[in-house]
Write a protein that binds this ligand. Structure first.
Ligand SMILES: Cc1cc2nc3c(=O)[nH]c(=O)nc-3n(C[C@H](O)[C@H](O)[C@H](O)COP(=O)(O)O)c2cc1C
Length: 272
């Protein structure tokens, strides 16, 4: 108990007056409501003009890349689906049953591109994406666990949006392991493909400080809806899965759970 008090007073002692004010309000409300999460909520309410001046983060670039890993090039994403956007949005559903047939590499390429792909350049030279992003900082990363994708060895891959190619992290069929990580949800184990979205927190926090926890998750939500819409337009099936053991998932993806937060897993397959 003593050590908690010591650590806490050290944090408070070094915080700015605006952070201390919000922390105090959060603590009072947390005591009243019996909900510790409210502390983070109050901290995230600091003005958007606060600009993270007290946080130690530096912008690390718009996307990760894995130099030295094998690159797998992807076919050009489809330019049109032939489906009407209003009909696609209205018919979108979470679909948890998939046939045993594989997904094609063209379908994978199309889904990844319309989830987090680069669509242009901003006036300052940074990329523009298919998803809107707070401060155009683009914290969302996409990984995939392929078990039955044509012309792709089963394995875990990272999508490099700058070059529109995959980077091989490790080979093997990890779909049943993903199922266990997601509390035994069978749709993950049965899907030929699972896409995992993460957020690199410091990318957004480098500008928005304590407000970044909101913004980075919102960015991932926009990218997640892109998966739903693209999959629906391709007449495939998916569901957003938020229930999983974080540390096990980070271990599988070989990422640091504190730096990079896994947000959603999307099993994807053909409809039955
Ligand atoms: C943040 C989030 C987390 C979710 N987590 C799960 C999950 O772990 N497992 C699952 O089967 N569905 C999950 N879903 C899907 C919801 O259950 C589904 O969207 C909801 O029942 C509404 O159905 P609809 O998407 O067909 O409209 C999640 C959806 C969201 C947005």
């Amino acid at each position: 108990m003593d050590s908690i008090v010591r650590v806490f007073s050290e944090i408070v002692g070094s915080a700015s007056s605006s952070i201390r004010r919000m922390l105090y309000r959060g603590l009072v409300r947390a005591r009243e409501r019996g909900d510790l999460m409210i502390i983070g909520h109050y901290l995230s309410m600091l003005s958007p003009s606060y600009y993270g001046e007290d946080l130690p983060y530096e912008f690390d670039g718009y996307f990760k890349s894995y130099p030295g890993r094998r690159k797998i090039s992807l076919p050009k994403p489809m330019a049109e689906s032939g489906a009407d956007v209003f009909r696609v949005i209205a018919s979108r559903r979470s679909r948890r049953r998939y046939s045993r047939s594989p997904i094609t590499l063209a379908e994978l390429s199309t889904i990844l591109y319309y989830t987090v792909g680069v669509t242009g350049r901003a006036w300052w030279g940074g990329p523009k994406r298919v998803y809107p992003s707070a401060g155009a900082l683009q914290p969302v990363e996409a990984y995939l666990s392929a078990s039955k994708v044509e012309e792709l060895e089963p394995g875990i891959y990272h999508y490099n949006p700058g070059g529109h190619y995959l980077e091989e992290l490790k080979l093997g069929d990890y779909s049943r392991i993903l199922e266990d990580i997601a509390l035994g949800q069978e749709h993950l184990g049965e899907a030929p493909l699972n896409i995992i979205l993460t957020i690199v927190y410091k990318r957004t926090a480098s500008k928005y400080g304590l407000r970044a926890y909101r913004y980075a998750h919102l960015d991932a939500g926009f990218a997640g809806e892109n998966i739903y819409i693209t999959v629906e337009a391709l007449n495939l099936a998916t569901v957003a899965v938020g229930a999983f053991y974080d540390e096990e998932l980070c271990k599988l993806l070989e990422i640091d759970c504190e730096e990079e937060i896994p947000v959603l897993i999307f099993p994807i397959g053909r409809r039955i």
